[in-house]
Write a protein that binds this ligand. Sequence first.
Ligand SMILES: Nc1nc2c(c(=O)[nH]1)N[C@H]1C(S)=C(S)[C@@H](COP(=O)(O)O)O[C@H]1N2
Ligand SMILES: [Mo]
Length: 308
Amino acid sequence: MLIRRPDPIKPSEITPRSAYLSRRQLIAGAAAWGMLPAGAALAGAFPNLRKSDYKVDEALTSQKDVTHYNNFYEFGLDKEDPSANAPGRLKTRPWTIEVGGECAKPGTIDIDSFLKDNTIEERIYRHRCVEAWSMVIPWAGVPLGEVLKRFEPNSNAKYVAFETLMNPAQMPGQRSGEFTWPYREGLRIDEAMHPLALLAVGLYGETLPEQNGAPIRLVVPWKYGFKGIKSIVRITFTPTQPRTLWNIYAPREYGFYSNVNPAVDHPRWSQAKEHRIGEFGRRPTLPFNGYADQVASLYSGMDLKQYF
Ligand SMILES: Nc1nc2c(c(=O)[nH]1)N[C@H]1C(S)=C(S)[C@@H](COP(=O)(O)O)O[C@H]1N2
Ligand SMILES: [Mo]
């Protein structure tokens, strides 16, 4: 994120939604007919995946780009590093999230029970990185607020803090002292409870690849991509605004709110336009990444230049 290099723009094909859906249905159908060994072939599928009304009428970014053009600094600084380094290194089982802090029922989320016990929704969201590139991604996940409510946050819970796994043996990037590890992020409690905020466990109908934050990560589509913390192991309800990795590293460049805002430039580059990966040229960036109708009221009365 901090290092600006020219975009390696590859002419990438767009996978039409119909193509990947039919592929998934083919796999499911084949498995149902006993033509595939149970388990393995279906390990990535969600038998309970439910289509949702959360979608955008824009071409999906190809599955190849979504899974090979990533930011996950625990596995290297280049866009190709996470797909090269995370699979095989990041151990995603067993996996739990510890939930605590200002709540009546602190507890643990076990990823396998979570996948069984929740309805997994497909949601097609715009994804706008602070570096001025963007994608359209079909996520699979569960609304964050529904999950948080089960732990009964109390009236001191003004914010929610998130942490990524801390494990330098699995995550070579954490051996560098450049950043304050583990990766940390946070939301105001009303942002966390907003129905658009998603805990994602998959994309393109398949289990989340390691490089995209397996087994469970945050997606907040009206904010810059770095708010979407990957491979979460801890969620804490807090009375005060949590520190975040990027805000600690460069507070002038990365604020706590980080709402997508074409009118507030990054100190080193414009945020007015974005490069949609797989397309030529640049398209204008929309306020709140196109979700203003749903979320602008969360910030009424706030000076968004000050609270960037
Ligand atoms: N733990 C962790 N989470 C992270 C990051 C990271 O380096 N480490 N990068 C962030 C940034 S800058 C972006 S743009 C998104 C990228 O998500 P994607 O690779 O699935 O597109 O993840 C965010 N979450
Ligand atoms: Mo990003």
